[in-house]
Write a protein that binds this ligand. Structure first.
Ligand code: HXC
Length: 268
């Protein structure tokens, strides 16, 4: 689908995306690149990174992949430094890496709970922490007087309660808290804007394949009036809006991109 935005709205920007090699992260990488950004993607799996980088480069997008696990502070530090070394600076950090599986609380080990918090919440904080010196106003490598942008990919399942998702709900609630608190403190001190995006059910993603098998998907559609699948494009367009100057006064918000689904109740 054609983008409604001009192709230069991120011209000259450098973006680093965790989880940027697949799913929603790859679509954001692609759209950022198509709108002028250079893109570094971080992920654990080399083959996925390699094919994502080839794909981005085939579109003429300056792109590079770095292997790393957001759970390891040394990986976060190394990847941020390599990104700045390669592209000269860092303007936009997108935290899209996430872990998920369906499990009841009684079958979930404390280590399973911790693992998802480590990836989603601690990983997001760690990446922000390591990126700060580069994306803050006047930070190393910055040639603009303003600070950079952070986008955290969240969810809507913790607004209420979701079956078999206690770990992810807790993790995403913490991500939203990180978004708000960094927006307040780093917005004030360093002119950095920190926002989130909460996707609803997005087609052709690991989240949908893992969480909503086809039978459930069809049944859900019957009783939820607002249920329709979103596209990765929808999330990427929200990311473009927040990362560009169109969103220059938006800070500390998590934009829900779910077609209104989380509001819906069965029809009486
Ligand atoms: C119960 C599980 C489990 C499962 C892992 N664990 N999978 N418990 N059911 N299916 C437990 C393990 O038993 C272990 O605890 C602990 O979690 C760590 O498991 P590991 O296998 O060592 O972890 P690791 O190899 O690091 O894998 C992490 C992962 C994995 C989260 C388990 O699925 C992953 O990395 N996925 C990344 C890709 C992904 O899921 N993307 C989709 C995101 S979708 P014990 O106690 O045994 O040691 C998304 C959408 C959110 O986020 C919102 C949608 C609405």
């Amino acid at each position: 689908m054609e983008s409604p935005f001009k192709s230069d709205i991120l011209k000259g920007k450098v973006a680093l995306l965790t989880g940027g090699g697949s799913g929603i992260g790859l679509e954001i990488s692609t759209q950022f690149g198509k709108h002028g950004a250079s893109v570094a993607i971080m992920g654990r799996r080399k083959t996925i990174l390699d094919s994502a980088v080839s794909y981005l480069q085939s579109l003429g997008i300056p792109a590079i992949g770095f292997e790393g696990d957001v759970r390891k502070q040394e990986d976060a530090k190394r990847v941020v430094e390599l990104t700045v070394k390669h592209f000269g600076k860092l303007d936009i950090l997108v935290n899209a890496a996430a872990g998920n599986f369906l499990v009841s609380p009684e079958d979930l080990s404390p280590n399973g709970f911790r693992t998802v918090l480590d990836i989603d919440s601690v990983g997001t904080f760690t990446m922000c922490h390591e990126a700060l010196n580069y994306i803050k106003k006047g930070g190393r490598g910055r040639n603009s007087t303003s600070g950079g942008i952070i986008l955290n990919i969240s969810a809507t399942l913790h607004y209420t309660a979701s079956w078999y998702q206690i770990h992810v709900a807790a993790a995403k609630a913490a991500v939203d808290a990180v978004t708000r608190n960094l927006a307040l403190e780093w917005g004030t001190d360093y002119d950095i804007r920190v926002n989130g995006i909460a996707p609803g059910p997005i087609g052709d993603t690991a989240g949908m394949r893992k969480l909503v098998p086809d039978e459930i998907n069809n049944k859900t559609r019957e009783y939820m009036p607002l249920y329709k699948l979103g596209e990765k494009y929808d999330i990427a367009m929200a990311a473009l809006y927040l990362a560009s100057d169109a969103g220059k006064y938006i800070n500390g918000t998590t934009i829900i991109v779910d077609g209104g689904l989380w509001l819906s109740r069965p029809r009486h």
